[in-house]
Design a protein around this ligand. Structure first.
Ligand code: IPD
Ligand code: CA
Ligand code: CA
Length: 266
């Protein structure tokens, strides 16, 4: 556990560096490009990625990088950083103050450290494998809310939801009926951090990318929660149907997703 602390410290520095810049540029005039129909990228996404990768590679030049906005050469290292420089880009571009950076470290494909930083709220979520999850240094524990009807859930919708039927709409309707409420806040990494912090009791989404979920998964697990694929099987960051919960409602959530999928097959 101690072994990963140096790396976590570097990731925290990188996230704070990007966070200060994001705070500084927030609500200013931005260059915005479209990646797809609804999918934006701003100059702040690219600059933030440069700040984060620049900081990490200056410390660890032989490490691998998987990050949303760039392509990086493969090295022979077993260590890989998985980075979303701005999670919640649509929020950022619209001046809606809910976004973060997400930085995770994998060693031999295992998540070993994770940082999620919300610069507007100055909330720093950190986790080391086997060492617990923390918010600004305070230990986190998932909620004790159950059953599903007593819970608040989070989710999101893929950018191509208007053109691809795998759009999460039917799941949303089913959970909205079954749970107390659902929030679609627009930053998957913060949704996962919110499950770790007990602010949300569960989260599910499809078509997410490794950088959306890597740090958040470790946070949820280290806060005592459960992460799986929609069918309840083990989740790894290359898959794209994730369920994360306080553990108590996990079975109900995967059951609901299975029931919706079965109905859609009819
Ligand atoms: C997006 C956010 C959003 C989720 C999208 C993601 P981005 O990431 O996490 O909550 O619903 O699917 O792509 O584009 O803001 O980094
Ligand atoms: Ca993202
Ligand atoms: Ca992003």
């Amino acid at each position: 556990m101690q072994a990963w602390q140096t790396y976590l410290d570097a990731a925290v520095e990188a996230a704070r560096l990007a966070g200060s810049y994001q705070r500084h540029r927030f609500s200013s005039q931005l260059d915005v490009d479209m990646k797809g129909d609804k999918d934006l990228v701003t100059e702040v996404d690219r600059d933030s990625e440069r700040l984060i990768t620049g900081h990490l590679l200056a410390r660890f030049p032989d490490h691998n990088i998987l990050a949303e906005e760039g392509d990086y050469r493969r090295t022979g290292s077993p260590l890989r950083w998985v980075i979303d420089p701005v999670d919640g880009t649509t929020n950022y571009a619209h001046g809606f103050p809910w976004f973060c950076s997400s930085i995770a470290l994998e060693a031999d494909d295992q998540l070993v450290a994770g940082v999620i930083y919300n610069p507007i709220h100055d909330e720093l979520f950190t986790a080391i494998k086997g060492g617990g999850a923390y918010l600004n240094g305070r230990r986190l524990q998932v909620s004790g809310h159950a059953p599903l009807r007593d819970t608040l859930l989070g989710t999101g919708f893929p950018y191509d939801c208007a053109s691809d039927p795998a759009n999460n709409f039917a799941n949303f309707i089913a959970f909205q009926k079954a749970a107390r409420g659902i929030r679609r806040a627009g930053a998957a990494a913060l949704d996962l951090a919110s499950v770790a912090a007990g602010r949300l009791d569960g989260f599910w989404e499809l078509k997410l990318k490794p950088w959306d979920v890597a740090a958040g998964i470790l946070l949820v697990q280290e806060a005592g929660g459960t992460v799986s694929s929609f069918d309840g099987s083990a989740f790894d960051i290359s898959q794209n149907r994730i369920v994360a919960s306080n553990g108590l409602i996990h079975h109900e959530m995967t059951g609901m997703l299975a029931a919706v999928a079965a109905k859609e097959m009819e």
